[in-house]
Design a protein around this ligand. Structure first.
Ligand code: SAJ
Length: 435
């Protein structure tokens, strides 16, 4: 095994940085995407997604002469599949009256099929897409075997989850520990040889299904922990307690680390992946299922809070601060902030939203404005939905001069209550039952 050429299928948030990093480490990489817009944009020196440092990395990869992009795969020593695994929008599962979402493996199957004509003896194929347990062995292997070659005998096949945090992808890609699960031990070892090209974190080998499960466990663990934080916030409001204070105090216990409540769980990972475990065994996953429901319902509690502060919402003007799914990123996918805005509008509120990391954002059904001033113009209430650093740094005196609004609902504990009250604002925080 000595991997000199690599074909990466899927040039999204994971595939593109991965392809580029392999290229800058000397492998000849062909990056493949079925979306002609992605391929065209990259060929013309553009970038179809935003991630700190990615532009520099992609430019370096092209400059090295080791990266090219195409709509079709080509022969290579190794293949990496890094395509999305969303859930079906229109197909739901049901177990004892409880509805769950189901994984759509269409893109994984299509990518595996696309490799078949180019697969040769001795090649390595790695699936990186987050997938239900068993996908590598039961879904990907049979498709690749249409080539006439046998998985684990004629070619190596492994699963290796990406664990990088959006906003810190480039650093984490290299530094994080990497789990590689082979359908045979030799396949796992082949995977290690490939990733050792650039991974500085520890590389740990296991079997493919364990590696798939590990990835899902990581994100499910986080989802369940955020759900309990959100439930604590609801409880605190009812019981006259400030949840932010209570969490800070509880976290002084050496073995307690409660996460932060907020307007809900967004993004394309944590709000999706736990469903893969529910789908795998709906009879065994009540806690996981409930946590998903708790987090999905969180926008409703934000509306309730705004209604408490503002009264009737119909015709009232609200400045919504933040559209991204979490702090300091420009990614709007599955964003609870957008869900909150839609719900406010459904109740007749007039919402103007400002997203500092994507001031030109265009979101269906959302009036996104390019400046904070415009959002604040005729607002009756300021609603902070994302804990972006620029919001944490806002100066209350300055804002007091920009807007007539004196009511603030802060869903993410971004603003210091003392400072804002001193400047004449009434600040209400999600989860703060004290005021
Ligand atoms: N959130 C809270 N409270 C918190 C932490 C997060 O409400 O205390 C919300 C965020 O605002 C956001 C959502 O949860 O809406 C998810 O954000 P995140 O930062 O927890 O995670 P992601 O989705 O950006 O990235 C996760 C990471 N997984 C884990 O931390 C276990 C990352 O390492 C994975 O690689 C990524 O999912 C993925 O691709 O699966």
């Amino acid at each position: 095994m000595n991997f000199k050429t690599l074909c990466v299928l899927g040039l999204g948030y994971i595939g593109l940085p991965t392809a580029s990093t392999f290229a800058t480490h000397g492998l000849d990489v062909i990056g493949v995407d079925v979306n002609p817009y992605v391929v065209e944009t990259l060929r013309n020196g553009g970038l179809h997604l935003h991630e700190p440092g990615l532009r520099t990395l992609v430019e370096a990869a092209f400059k090295s002469g080791h990266l090219r992009v195409s709509e079709l795969p080509a022969e290579a020593d190794a293949f990496i599949i890094a395509v999305p695994t969303p859930f079906f929008a229109d197909r739901l599962g049901e177990y004892e009256g409880r509805i769950y979402k189901m994984a759509d493996l269409g893109a994984v199957k299509a990518a595996a099929q696309a490799i078949v004509p180019y697969l040769r003896k001795g090649n390595l194929v790695v699936l990186e897409s987050t997938s239900p347990p068993g996908t590598t062995e039961k879904v990907v292997a049979p498709i690749l075997e249409r080539s006439g070659l046998k998985a684990g005998v004629d070619f190596y096949l492994a699963y290796s989850p990406e664990r990088v945090l959006p906003g810190q992808i480039l650093r984490e890609l290299i530094e994080n520990a990497r789990v590689i699960g082979g359908i045979t031990p030799e396949s796992a070892r082949a995977g290690r040889e490939l990733y050792a090209t650039f991974v500085k974190g520890e590389i740990v080998l296991t079997d493919a299904t364990t590696a798939e499960m590990v990835k899902l466990m990581e994100n499910t663990y986080r989802d369940v922990n955020i759900a309990i934080a959100n439930e604590f916030a609801r409880l605190a409001e009812r019981l006259g307690v400030d949840v932010w204070e209570a969490i800070a105090l509880a976290n002084r216990h050496p073995r307690v680390k409660i996460l932060s409540p907020g307007p809900g769980v967004g993004g394309h990972c944590i709000s999706v992946d736990p469903w893969f475990l529910v789908e795998a065994a709906p009879d065994l996953t009540q806690l996981i299922h409930t946590a998903r429901q708790v987090n999905d319902e969180q926008p409703r509690f934000v509306i309730q809070k705004v209604r408490q502060v503002l009264g009737e919402l119909n015709g009232r003007h609200i400045a919504a601060l933040g559209l991204a799914y979490k702090a300091d990123v420009d990614d709007l996918r599955e964003s609870p902030a957008i869900e909150v805005i839609h719900r406010l509008q459904a109740e007749g509120a007039q919402v103007k939203a400002f997203e500092p990391f994507k001031p030109q954002a265009q979101v269906e059904g959302v009036n996104a404005v390019p400046t904070l001033e415009e959002a604040l113009e005729d607002a009756d209430l300021i609603l902070v939905l994302v804990r972006h650093t620029p919001f944490v740094r806002l100066q209350p005196q300055e804002i007091a001069r920009t807007t007539k609004a004196r009511l603030i609902v802060d869903t993410v504990n971004a603003l210091d209550r003392g400072h804002w009250q001193a400047a004449g604002f009434s600040l209400f925080r999600l989860g703060d039952g004290k005021g």
